[in-house]
Design a protein around this ligand. Structure first.
Ligand code: ADP
Length: 258
């Protein structure tokens, strides 16, 4: 008899799970994930973010939590750390220091992933945002096959090379029955910090074209802006540091749709 896919489980104490995904690294996925999670937390929701990027965790730095270690409950569950009203768990909290590479084989990676997925004491969440690693590999498949993910947000930049892979990501979610909520176009337009002139460095049509072709929505566009980068690097994401700017509004408008 053919074996079906394992039955997906809901995570304990978590109402809704939204995965933020990208096909390539460096397109701004973690920045989108953290700013969306913070925007939802600002709406008085109980929100957590789970960084499932075992090899390149960036949530500790983005939330200014680098070097902090999570407590462990009596029943051996990890207690998330918290900043700006957002609970967070990341492989980064479990490594000895920021510069240690993870040089694990598949089995160890899967063990760490199981711990992050099933052994965190979230203490009741309305929304858990999953920051997935880039690509469509083992980790993404394991998560989407084991856990009920309510929707996926795909982050892409407008270049063709990023979009080709974004399409693969969308198709993976379709295969594992995770609804794709839509695409976020990051670095859509460069806004000069001196004169506010706008330039479409990476073209302007790509994401719209692919979204239309795949029958998926564009949830919003985020400009390429120096402040988004410098504030992220400082551990004060733009929706927290500059909540009334156009940059922050762009993230908040997307959060309103998920
Ligand atoms: P990923 O998670 O896709 O690898 P990151 O979110 O870590 O990407 O972002 C990669 C780099 O790009 C970071 O330095 C980040 O601050 C910067 N970045 C992301 N989005 C923007 C943006 N819209 N404008 C300027 N810099 C950005």
């Amino acid at each position: 008899m053919a074996r079906g896919l394992p039955k997906k489980a809901k995570l304990r104490d978590v109402d809704k799970i939204i995965a933020v995904s990208s096909a390539k690294g460096g397109v701004g996925k973690s920045t989108v994930a953290v700013n969306l999670a913070l925007s939802l937390a600002m709406q008085q929701k109980r929100v957590g973010i789970l960084d499932t990027d075992i090899f390149g965790p960036s949530i500790p730095k983005l939330l200014n939590l680098t070097g902090r270690e999570p407590n462990v409950t009596e029943s051996n569950r990890l207690v998330p750390l918290s900043n700006y009203g957002l609970k967070a768990m990341s492989m980064g909290f479990l490594l000895p220091d920021e510069d240690s590479p993870v040089v694990w084989r598949g089995l160890m990676v899967m063990k760490a992933l199981q711990q992050l997925l099933h052994e965190v004491e979230w203490g009741g969440l309305d929304v858990l945002v999953l920051d997935l690693p880039p690509g469509t590999g083992d980790v993404q498949l394991t998560i989407t096959q084991q856990v009920v993910v309510d929707g996926a947000v795909i982050v892409s930049t407008p270049q063709d090379i990023a979009l080709i892979d974004a399409v693969k990501g969308i198709n993976m979610f379709k295969k594992v029955d995770v609804p794709v909520l839509g695409m976020v176009q990051n670095m859509s337009v460069f806004v000069c910090p001196n004169c506010n002139h706008e330039t479409h460095i990476f073209g302007s049509e790509g994401v719209q074209r692919e979204a239309a072709r795949l029958g998926t929505e564009i949830l919003g566009s985020i400009p390429l802006h120096r402040d988004i980068c410098t504030l992220s690097d400082a551990g004060t994401p733009v929706v927290v540091a500059q909540p009334d700017t156009a940059n922050a509004m762009a993230y908040k408008a997307i959060a309103d749709k998920i």
